[in-house]
Design a protein around this ligand. Structure first.
Ligand code: NAP
Length: 245
Protein backbone atom coordinates (compact mmCIF):
# COMPACT_ATOMS: atom_id res chain seq x y z
CA UNK A 1 0.00 0.00 0.00
CA UNK A 2 1.00 3.62 -0.37
CA UNK A 3 0.58 5.15 3.11
CA UNK A 4 0.96 8.80 4.10
CA UNK A 5 1.95 9.31 7.73
CA UNK A 6 0.97 12.85 8.74
CA UNK A 7 3.19 13.70 11.69
CA UNK A 8 5.61 10.95 10.66
CA UNK A 9 8.58 12.80 12.20
CA UNK A 10 6.98 12.85 15.68
CA UNK A 11 7.20 10.46 18.64
CA UNK A 12 4.64 7.85 17.54
CA UNK A 13 4.94 8.95 13.91
CA UNK A 14 8.54 7.74 13.60
CA UNK A 15 7.53 4.29 14.90
CA UNK A 16 4.56 4.22 12.53
CA UNK A 17 6.75 5.03 9.53
CA UNK A 18 9.28 2.36 10.56
CA UNK A 19 6.59 -0.28 11.13
CA UNK A 20 4.91 0.50 7.78
CA UNK A 21 8.22 0.26 5.88
CA UNK A 22 9.07 -3.02 7.62
CA UNK A 23 5.74 -4.40 6.38
CA UNK A 24 6.66 -3.44 2.82
CA UNK A 25 4.53 -0.33 2.38
CA UNK A 26 5.53 2.71 0.34
CA UNK A 27 5.50 5.52 2.93
CA UNK A 28 5.32 9.29 2.51
CA UNK A 29 6.09 11.39 5.58
CA UNK A 30 3.97 14.53 5.85
CA UNK A 31 5.28 17.21 8.23
CA UNK A 32 6.31 20.87 8.10
CA UNK A 33 9.93 19.78 8.17
CA UNK A 34 9.16 17.72 5.01
CA UNK A 35 7.52 20.66 3.19
CA UNK A 36 3.81 20.16 3.97
CA UNK A 37 1.66 21.98 6.51
CA UNK A 38 -1.71 20.59 7.65
CA UNK A 39 -2.78 24.02 8.98
CA UNK A 40 -2.15 26.08 5.83
CA UNK A 41 -2.78 23.14 3.49
CA UNK A 42 0.46 23.78 1.60
CA UNK A 43 1.99 20.64 0.09
CA UNK A 44 -1.01 18.44 1.01
CA UNK A 45 -2.21 17.79 -2.55
CA UNK A 46 1.19 16.46 -3.62
CA UNK A 47 1.63 14.43 -0.43
CA UNK A 48 -1.65 12.52 -0.73
CA UNK A 49 -1.63 11.98 -4.52
CA UNK A 50 -1.90 8.25 -5.24
CA UNK A 51 -2.15 7.26 -1.56
CA UNK A 52 -4.29 4.33 -0.39
CA UNK A 53 -4.40 5.49 3.24
CA UNK A 54 -3.39 8.39 5.47
CA UNK A 55 -2.50 7.86 9.13
CA UNK A 56 -2.84 11.11 11.11
CA UNK A 57 -0.48 11.36 14.08
CA UNK A 58 0.04 15.13 13.96
CA UNK A 59 0.01 16.94 17.27
CA UNK A 60 0.13 20.25 19.12
CA UNK A 61 1.32 20.55 22.71
CA UNK A 62 -1.20 22.65 24.65
CA UNK A 63 -3.56 22.54 27.60
CA UNK A 64 -5.86 25.14 26.02
CA UNK A 65 -9.15 23.69 24.75
CA UNK A 66 -9.42 26.52 22.20
CA UNK A 67 -5.91 26.07 20.83
CA UNK A 68 -6.24 22.28 20.68
CA UNK A 69 -9.66 22.45 19.01
CA UNK A 70 -8.47 24.99 16.43
CA UNK A 71 -5.42 22.86 15.61
CA UNK A 72 -7.16 19.48 15.29
CA UNK A 73 -10.22 20.87 13.45
CA UNK A 74 -8.17 22.87 10.93
CA UNK A 75 -5.64 20.09 10.38
CA UNK A 76 -8.33 17.42 10.00
CA UNK A 77 -10.48 19.56 7.68
CA UNK A 78 -7.51 20.26 5.38
CA UNK A 79 -6.32 16.64 5.31
CA UNK A 80 -9.80 15.23 4.65
CA UNK A 81 -10.43 17.76 1.83
CA UNK A 82 -7.16 16.80 0.13
CA UNK A 83 -7.90 13.08 0.63
CA UNK A 84 -11.42 13.39 -0.78
CA UNK A 85 -10.10 15.12 -3.92
CA UNK A 86 -7.36 12.54 -4.37
CA UNK A 87 -9.67 9.57 -3.70
CA UNK A 88 -7.75 8.31 -0.66
CA UNK A 89 -9.72 5.29 0.53
CA UNK A 90 -8.90 5.34 4.26
CA UNK A 91 -8.21 8.07 6.85
CA UNK A 92 -6.88 6.73 10.16
CA UNK A 93 -6.87 9.13 13.12
CA UNK A 94 -4.99 8.38 16.33
CA UNK A 95 -6.92 9.45 19.43
CA UNK A 96 -6.80 8.69 23.14
CA UNK A 97 -8.47 5.93 25.16
CA UNK A 98 -11.20 6.89 27.63
CA UNK A 99 -11.62 10.59 26.82
CA UNK A 100 -15.41 10.50 26.35
CA UNK A 101 -16.97 13.02 28.71
CA UNK A 102 -13.64 14.86 29.24
CA UNK A 103 -14.50 17.62 26.79
CA UNK A 104 -11.89 20.00 28.21
CA UNK A 105 -8.31 21.16 27.77
CA UNK A 106 -6.31 19.12 25.20
CA UNK A 107 -8.97 16.41 25.05
CA UNK A 108 -11.54 18.91 23.72
CA UNK A 109 -9.35 19.09 20.60
CA UNK A 110 -9.14 15.30 20.29
CA UNK A 111 -12.92 14.91 20.62
CA UNK A 112 -13.46 17.64 18.00
CA UNK A 113 -11.04 15.77 15.71
CA UNK A 114 -12.95 12.50 16.25
CA UNK A 115 -16.30 14.15 15.46
CA UNK A 116 -14.96 15.65 12.23
CA UNK A 117 -13.43 12.35 11.10
CA UNK A 118 -16.62 10.40 11.88
CA UNK A 119 -18.75 12.90 9.90
CA UNK A 120 -16.44 12.95 6.86
CA UNK A 121 -17.17 11.55 3.41
CA UNK A 122 -13.71 9.93 3.46
CA UNK A 123 -13.93 6.34 4.79
CA UNK A 124 -12.21 6.37 8.16
CA UNK A 125 -11.14 4.65 11.35
CA UNK A 126 -10.55 6.28 14.73
CA UNK A 127 -7.91 4.31 16.65
CA UNK A 128 -7.49 5.17 20.31
CA UNK A 129 -4.36 4.42 22.37
CA UNK A 130 -3.38 4.83 26.01
CA UNK A 131 -0.62 7.22 27.14
CA UNK A 132 2.79 6.36 25.69
CA UNK A 133 5.65 5.23 27.94
CA UNK A 134 7.33 8.51 26.86
CA UNK A 135 4.44 10.61 28.26
CA UNK A 136 6.01 11.22 31.70
CA UNK A 137 9.28 12.20 30.03
CA UNK A 138 7.42 14.64 27.76
CA UNK A 139 5.84 16.33 30.82
CA UNK A 140 9.15 16.34 32.71
CA UNK A 141 10.89 17.99 29.76
CA UNK A 142 8.33 20.81 29.74
CA UNK A 143 9.23 21.77 33.33
CA UNK A 144 12.44 23.27 34.66
CA UNK A 145 14.06 23.38 38.11
CA UNK A 146 14.46 20.88 40.90
CA UNK A 147 10.73 20.19 41.36
CA UNK A 148 8.34 18.78 38.78
CA UNK A 149 4.58 18.47 39.20
CA UNK A 150 2.48 15.70 37.66
CA UNK A 151 -1.31 15.75 37.53
CA UNK A 152 -3.07 12.90 39.31
CA UNK A 153 -3.47 10.49 36.40
CA UNK A 154 -4.38 6.82 36.43
CA UNK A 155 -3.22 5.25 33.19
CA UNK A 156 -2.16 2.08 31.39
CA UNK A 157 0.85 3.23 29.40
CA UNK A 158 1.81 1.52 26.15
CA UNK A 159 4.93 1.49 23.97
CA UNK A 160 4.69 4.01 21.13
CA UNK A 161 6.30 1.36 18.91
CA UNK A 162 3.38 -1.01 19.58
CA UNK A 163 0.92 1.81 18.84
CA UNK A 164 2.71 2.50 15.53
CA UNK A 165 2.46 -1.20 14.57
CA UNK A 166 -1.24 -1.18 15.54
CA UNK A 167 -1.92 1.87 13.35
CA UNK A 168 -0.36 0.17 10.33
CA UNK A 169 -2.51 -2.94 10.90
CA UNK A 170 -5.58 -0.66 11.21
CA UNK A 171 -4.68 1.08 7.92
CA UNK A 172 -4.23 -2.30 6.19
CA UNK A 173 -7.57 -3.62 7.47
CA UNK A 174 -9.59 -0.86 5.77
CA UNK A 175 -12.12 1.58 7.22
CA UNK A 176 -14.25 0.29 10.13
CA UNK A 177 -15.20 3.55 11.89
CA UNK A 178 -13.69 2.66 15.22
CA UNK A 179 -10.76 0.28 15.88
CA UNK A 180 -10.20 -1.70 19.06
CA UNK A 181 -8.46 0.45 21.70
CA UNK A 182 -4.84 -0.33 22.54
CA UNK A 183 -3.39 0.10 26.06
CA UNK A 184 -0.36 -1.22 27.90
CA UNK A 185 -0.01 -4.33 30.05
CA UNK A 186 -0.10 -2.70 33.53
CA UNK A 187 -1.99 -0.05 35.47
CA UNK A 188 0.26 2.82 36.52
CA UNK A 189 -0.02 6.19 38.27
CA UNK A 190 1.71 9.01 36.38
CA UNK A 191 3.62 10.39 39.38
CA UNK A 192 5.14 6.94 40.12
CA UNK A 193 6.17 6.49 36.51
CA UNK A 194 7.71 10.00 36.45
CA UNK A 195 9.70 9.24 39.64
CA UNK A 196 11.04 6.00 38.11
CA UNK A 197 11.93 7.96 34.97
CA UNK A 198 13.81 10.63 36.96
CA UNK A 199 15.66 7.95 38.97
CA UNK A 200 16.66 6.10 35.78
CA UNK A 201 17.89 9.38 34.26
CA UNK A 202 20.06 9.92 37.37
CA UNK A 203 18.54 13.34 37.98
CA UNK A 204 18.00 14.76 41.50
CA UNK A 205 14.49 16.15 41.18
CA UNK A 206 11.44 15.96 43.42
CA UNK A 207 8.29 14.89 41.58
CA UNK A 208 5.04 15.95 43.22
CA UNK A 209 1.46 15.06 42.41
CA UNK A 210 -1.32 17.64 42.02
CA UNK A 211 -4.97 16.88 41.42
CA UNK A 212 -6.06 19.28 38.66
CA UNK A 213 -9.42 21.04 39.07
CA UNK A 214 -12.41 20.83 36.76
CA UNK A 215 -13.57 18.27 34.21
CA UNK A 216 -10.04 17.69 32.92
CA UNK A 217 -8.58 16.97 36.36
CA UNK A 218 -11.52 14.73 37.31
CA UNK A 219 -11.15 12.83 34.05
CA UNK A 220 -7.42 12.22 34.52
CA UNK A 221 -7.94 10.95 38.05
CA UNK A 222 -11.03 8.87 37.27
CA UNK A 223 -9.28 5.82 35.80
CA UNK A 224 -11.25 6.07 32.55
CA UNK A 225 -8.01 6.62 30.62
CA UNK A 226 -7.03 3.04 31.53
CA UNK A 227 -9.65 1.81 29.10
CA UNK A 228 -11.85 -1.25 29.32
CA UNK A 229 -11.02 -4.99 29.47
CA UNK A 230 -11.85 -5.49 25.80
CA UNK A 231 -8.90 -3.30 24.70
CA UNK A 232 -5.89 -4.79 22.94
CA UNK A 233 -2.96 -5.00 25.31
CA UNK A 234 0.64 -4.13 24.39
CA UNK A 235 3.37 -6.39 25.77
CA UNK A 236 6.10 -3.99 26.90
CA UNK A 237 5.74 -2.73 30.49
CA UNK A 238 6.96 0.76 31.44
CA UNK A 239 9.84 -0.73 33.45
CA UNK A 240 10.96 -2.98 30.58
CA UNK A 241 10.76 -0.01 28.22
CA UNK A 242 12.71 2.18 30.67
CA UNK A 243 15.45 -0.45 30.96
CA UNK A 244 16.07 -0.22 27.23
CA UNK A 245 15.96 3.59 26.98
N1 NAP B 1 1.59 11.32 23.96
C1 NAP B 1 0.74 10.36 24.30
O1 NAP B 1 0.86 9.74 25.37
C2 NAP B 1 -0.42 9.99 23.37
C3 NAP B 1 -1.28 8.94 23.68
C4 NAP B 1 -2.31 8.58 22.78
C5 NAP B 1 -2.48 9.30 21.60
N2 NAP B 1 -1.63 10.34 21.33
C6 NAP B 1 -1.81 11.07 20.08
O2 NAP B 1 -0.70 10.81 19.25
C7 NAP B 1 -0.57 11.86 18.29
C8 NAP B 1 0.91 12.15 18.09
O3 NAP B 1 1.48 12.54 19.32
P1 NAP B 1 3.08 12.64 19.45
O4 NAP B 1 3.37 12.89 20.88
O5 NAP B 1 3.70 11.50 18.73
O6 NAP B 1 3.35 13.98 18.60
P2 NAP B 1 4.70 14.81 18.44
O7 NAP B 1 5.88 14.02 18.84
O8 NAP B 1 4.46 16.15 19.05
O9 NAP B 1 4.78 14.98 16.85
C9 NAP B 1 3.89 15.82 16.18
C10 NAP B 1 4.05 15.62 14.68
O10 NAP B 1 3.12 16.47 14.01
C11 NAP B 1 3.81 17.23 13.02
N3 NAP B 1 3.13 18.52 12.88
C12 NAP B 1 2.80 19.41 13.86
N4 NAP B 1 2.20 20.49 13.34
C13 NAP B 1 2.14 20.26 11.99
C14 NAP B 1 1.64 21.01 10.89
N5 NAP B 1 1.09 22.23 11.06
N6 NAP B 1 1.73 20.49 9.65
C15 NAP B 1 2.29 19.27 9.45
N7 NAP B 1 2.78 18.50 10.46
C16 NAP B 1 2.70 19.01 11.70
C17 NAP B 1 5.24 17.38 13.55
O11 NAP B 1 6.18 17.59 12.52
P3 NAP B 1 6.76 19.06 12.16
O12 NAP B 1 7.06 19.75 13.47
O13 NAP B 1 7.95 18.81 11.29
O14 NAP B 1 5.66 19.74 11.41
C18 NAP B 1 5.43 15.97 14.14
O15 NAP B 1 5.79 15.06 13.12
C19 NAP B 1 -1.41 13.03 18.83
O16 NAP B 1 -2.55 13.19 18.01
C20 NAP B 1 -1.82 12.59 20.23
O17 NAP B 1 -3.09 13.04 20.60
C21 NAP B 1 -0.61 10.70 22.16
Amino acid sequence: MRIVVAGGTGLVGRHTVEAARERGHDVTVLARSRGADVLTGSGLTDAVAGADALIDVTNITTLSATTATEFFETATRNMLAAEEKAGVAHHVALSIVGIDGIDASYYAGKLAQERMVAASAVPSTIARAGQFHEFAGQLLAQQHGSIAVMPTLLMRPVAAREVGEHLVRVAEAGPVGRAQDIVGPRDEILVDVARRQVAADGIRRAVLQLRLPGAYGRGLASGSLRGTPDALQGELTFDDWLATH
